[in-house]
Design a protein. Structure first.
Length: 286
């Protein structure tokens, strides 16, 4: 596969976040509301689309749990299917809950639900008390060691050395958390070649961030490597909207795994699917 540049997602591509971000989703809902979804359900939300931001996924999972407590009779799979059919993301989750509940039940759910509270708890669980104070500038309300320390790298040193074309990063992480991950995996990517949550471009699957990186990297042909369907859709939409060539490459080191994951990526428009990012140099002829 010929390419002038490669853009990499971080979570599920460069670092394993199954015991960090995804665990933080589950534990935030549990700590705030006393019951929660399981980690397999987090993947079902991801596949519904529109949940590149894990804070918003946490909010949607909270809405699901609260709506169930008010009598909504849907499994996680049924709920996330309805979210996907409604367009994906948090706004779709809100719409599904609104349509499922009586006016009084809706009011109780939306009164109890608090994005600000979810975000504060999520960040304390994920970052731990010390990093939370450092990065968020707030005193933690409880002591936590930080799930971030349970992340391990997915990219080998040999792969880093073999990727000799211009590289960019497109991630839903805040910039400071992207810095931590890139330091951990040993990738030195200039700030102008990264698009994070803190940048003005809309989040994935909107293609704006990928197109911006293609401009900055001076690339006419670009591959984008990600672990979710929204990553692949970002490349597919960029290819349709821009006069350059964009190819979405799925990796089976995130929530999508095995032959089922491979076929799911292919149906979403992936140009190819790799077992991990460590197969990328071979794909690019390195």
């Amino acid at each position: 596969m010929n390419a002038d540049a490669a853009v990499l997602d971080i979570d599920g591509v460069l670092v394993d976040v199954s015991s960090s971000y995804r665990r933080a989703v589950v534990e935030t809902v549990r700590r705030v509301h006393g019951e929660t979804i399981d980690r397999a359900a987090v993947q079902q939300f991801k596949q519904a689309g529109g949940f590149n931001n894990d804070w918003e996924l946490t909010d949607a999972a909270t809405l699901y749990v609260l709506a169930r407590s008010e009598g909504m009779d849907r499994s996680v799979g049924s709920f996330t299917d309805a979210v996907a059919q409604t367009g994906g993301g948090l706004s779709a989750a809100r719409s599904v809950v609104t349509n499922e509940l009586s006016p009084a039940a809706r009011e109780r759910v939306f009164t109890t639900w608090s994005s600000d509270r979810n975000r504060a708890v999520f960040q304390q669980l994920y970052l731990g008390s010390e990093l939370y104070h450092e990065l968020e500038g707030e005193e933690p309300s409880f002591d936590a060691p930080g799930f971030i320390h349970d992340e391990h790298t997915l990219i080998d040193e040999a792969t880093r050395d073999a990727l000799d074309l211009p590289l960019g990063v497109l991630t839903g992480r805040p910039a400071a958390e992207a810095d931590i991950a890139l330091d951990r995996v040993g990738l030195d990517i200039p700030r102008e070649h990264r698009i994070t949550m803190d940048d003005p471009e809309a989040g994935k699957p909107d293609p704006a961030g990928l197109v911006t990186l293609a401009d900055r990297l001076g690339a006419d042909s670009l591959v984008f490597v990600g672990d979710t369907l929204d990553d692949v859709r970002t490349a597919v939409d960029a290819d349709a909207d821009d006069n350059r060539t964009y190819r979405g490459v799925g990796v089976l080191t995130g929530g999508l795994t095995g032959e089922t994951g491979r076929k799911t990526f292919e149906r979403a428009g992936a140009s190819t699917v790799l077992d991990s990012v460590n197969a990328l140099p071979r794909l690019l002829g390195g």
